[in-house]
Structures are given as structure tokens and as C-alpha cells.
Design a protein around this ligand. Sequence first.
Ligand code: C2E
Ligand code: CA
Ligand code: CA
Length: 476
Amino acid sequence: MTPLLSQSETGQPQVYGLLWLIRDISEIKRKQQQIEYQANFDSLTRLANRRFALLHIEKKMAHARRTGKYGAVLFIDLDHFKNINDSLGHPVGDKLLIRMGERLNQQVRAEDLIARLGGDEFLVLLDELSDSPEAAAQYASDCAERLLAAIRQPFDIDIHCFHLSASIGIAVFPANQDEATDLIRQSDTAMYHAKAQGRSGISLYTQNMQQETQDKLNLYNDLHQAIRQQAFTLVFQPQMNERGQVTGAEVLCRWMNRGIAVSPDVFIRAAEETRLILPLGQWILTESCRVLKRWRQANQLPDSFRRLAVNISPAQFMDENFEHYVTTQVNSHRLCPAQLELEITESIFLGDKDIIRRKMERLSGLDFSFALDDFGTGYSSLSYLQHLPLHKLKIDRSFVMDIEDNRRPARIVDAIIQMGQNLGMDIIAEGVERDDQRQYLLSHGCREYQGYLFSKPLTEDEFLEFVRHNDASSAH
Ligand code: C2E
Ligand code: CA
Ligand code: CA
């Protein structure tokens, strides 16, 4: 060890070494503090980081077990934040995250912990809320409401003004959690539920959620495998005109998983969530072209048959390869684009409107036609729709169900038909189950129908049989 204070040769005490050492020590302390800070805090927002949050939650859980006072963890995830980073760059995204942290801070008590877990995920820990778990959950929900309201206030950053929303999952403790990670996982699971219910929501963790999450993961896995093995089939639902002739068919996808038919509403949604809809959608398009080519070549379709309608999911339409893929498939099967109708829904228009319009215009220029599916259930503005190359409106099944007899007005159906006519579009009604519905639609100007009144979706053989039979009977 070097002596702190040494005698010099001349006998004078030498203090330089000590000064150096003191400087060294403070330097080391500063470094140590810096390292400690970096280990526990997020350098961007200066909020606690995941590591610190875990340690802190662990302590608070132990405390709650001892005192019997319930607390809650709120898991906050911003909706569509990735779009901001992708379109405006990380510096803008970073500023937004800093401001977000400040805003969250203003909404909670001084003793509550706010942490940034990473990316656009934040966590709030509220401890010692109540002696009852129900009251703690209520307090946490109220707090979550306040946080959401604060997040929804516009953010002005540089020249941009952002409107954000978030989804919040809540888990109350102590309850069935051994470690802090269990508690965070529960709040994360609840957050996913909130997102699945449509964004900008709050959801409280319950025991069944774990099972549902597991079921969902299993479904994703099975779906992955099914796509690799092409384990899907297509069915075809006839579309009819007012004279009872077949004018086309809608292609609908089917999946038998482990011997059980999975509803398309379930597996298409799962495919959309995992982006497996891209390979699945390609398979559906290719297969639809192949089937249509076969029917055409064998002359199996009546003269009244115009086109095959294929459902296109938003992610599939937005994919940069979509135009190339669909045109290649149509060409390589020697079909005309006019023989395909692309069924899109209003949810497509949540994306960049200019890009969508231009894409639709290019495809429409090549002679593809577009039908707007589930029309009336979304909320696109009319002024926007009228500038798009839409050829057909498909009246949603829920409105057709409202037609009770052919005398009483069904206002939404009437309005949709009138609007379609004013915009010069064709109109088809889906979910037509009874003849009085068909009559009502006909008397109000809708001349094309699809529904169980005519036929369920059919396998290829059944469809061709239906067409033959229909042709023979309409000839009489
Ligand atoms: P969608 O596009 O609105 O399809 C119409 C749904 O209504 C089909 O259900 C069809 O079987 C059903 N349907 C037809 N006529 C009637 C009727 O008279 N009464 C009643 N109650 N229902 C009728 P499905 O096949 O279960 O499909 C559900 C949804 O799944 C579709 O709704 C569509 O959003 C999606 N989907 C199905 N196949 C595909 C596909 O190949 N690609 C994509 N992207 N989505 C698909
Ligand atoms: Ca459809
Ligand atoms: Ca529909």
C-alpha cells in the first residue's frame, strides 16, 4: 500500500499523493454512481428501468404479503407507436417517449413507481391501495382511466402534432404470484386482452386469461404448421342476380385443425395478428386463379358468370408485393383481371390514404375491380369513398337481418342502396336468408344477392353441381 502521507527527503510532509488519492476516490465514486444509475434508470426518459422495477416490485410484494394491503401493477403499451418511429424516425419517437414519461409522472402519487420497460412499454406500480383486492382493482382502474386521458391529449413535437392512445393491463397483488416477473407477466397478459378488445382500452387480469393466452399461442403454432403444409381448402358461395342466375362466387377459406373446423373469423384474425396472412393470402389468390382457370377451360360456367370475389385482408393489400403477386397470378393462369373482384373492408383505410388510393387506381387501371365488404359497419367518410375506384358496395349481413318484412322501411339498407346508386356503384347484399329480404332489396333497387336463401358456401364439386342445376332450372 502507498503511504498516504510520506516524508520527503527534505523532511517536508508530502501531500500531493493524498490529493491525488482524494481525487481518485471521488472519481471512482462518481463512476460508481454513474454505473449504478445506468443499471437502474432508463437513459432516455430517466425513469426507472426494468431491472429497478423488478427489484422494487419484489420488495413491495413482500411488504404487501406482510401487511395484507393490496396494490396493483399497470402495464401500459402505446398503440401503433411503431408507425411513428417508422415514418418519422427515431429522434421524433424518442422525444415523444420522454414527454410520455413526464405525462405519466404527473398522474400518479409521488410514492408510486413509474418505469420504462423498453420500447413503448411503461409500468406503473401502485402499492398499499386497500385492504380488499376489489377496492385495489377499482382504484387501479380509475388511475388507468386518468392515464389514458392524459395520453390522449395531443403531443406537440417539432412541427408535428400527435394523437396517441394506449392499452393498459392491470394485475392486483398479492395474488398467485411468486415473483415480480409473474406479476408483470399477468399485467402484460391483461394488456394484450385490452388490445385485442380494440385498442385504447383497459383490462383487469383474471385467471382464465392465462389459459386463453396459451390457447392463442397453440393456435398460432398450429396455423404456422398448417400454412407450411397448405392444410386449407376453399369453398365458394354463389352470388345471384334478380333473375336467379349465378353472376359470381365469393371465395371463402376453410381450415380443419386436429379434426375440428376452426371458424374463419378466428383463424383469419390469428393469421392477421401474426402476419401469416401474407403467405395464406397468396395461397388463396393462387388457388382461386387455378380453380377459375379450370372452370373456364372446361366451360363449366354459365354466361351470366362474371367474376370470382376474393377477400383481401388489409395487411395483404398493404404489402408491397401485392400488386406484383396478383397480376402475376392472373397472367400466369391466363385470366383477365376483370374476372377477379378484390373484396376489401373499410379497415384498410386506416393506413396511409394516398398510398391506398394510388394502389387501387393502378389495379383498377389494369381492370381489377374492388368491392367494399361489410359496408356500413366501418366509419369511412363518404367524401373519401367517392374518390376511390370502388365498383361495388356489399351491404353487410347485419343490415340485411334488419329487414323484417317487405313493407316496413329498413333505413340503413335504403340509405346504402341510394348512396351506392348515386356514386354509380353496383350493390350486392350479403346474408340474404329469406325471400322477403330478397323482395325488399329488389324493390329498393338492389339486384345482386348472396346468402343461405340461395346456397351456403360450397366445395368446388358442389358449386359446379349447383351451377349446372341452376342453369337447367332457370332455362325453363
Ligand atoms: P365475410 O367476407 O363477410 O364473409 C361472409 C361470411 O358470411 C362467410 O362466413 C359466409 O359463410 C357467411 N354467410 C354467407 N351467407 C350467409 C347467410 O345467409 N347467413 C349467415 N348467417 N351467414 C352467411 P365465413 O366463411 O365464416 O367467413 C367469415 C369471415 O372470415 C369473412 O367474412 C371474412 O372476413 C373472413 N374470411 C373468410 N375467408 C377468407 C379469405 O379467404 N380471406 C380473408 N382475408 N378473409 C376471409
Ligand atoms: Ca367478404
Ligand atoms: Ca362481408
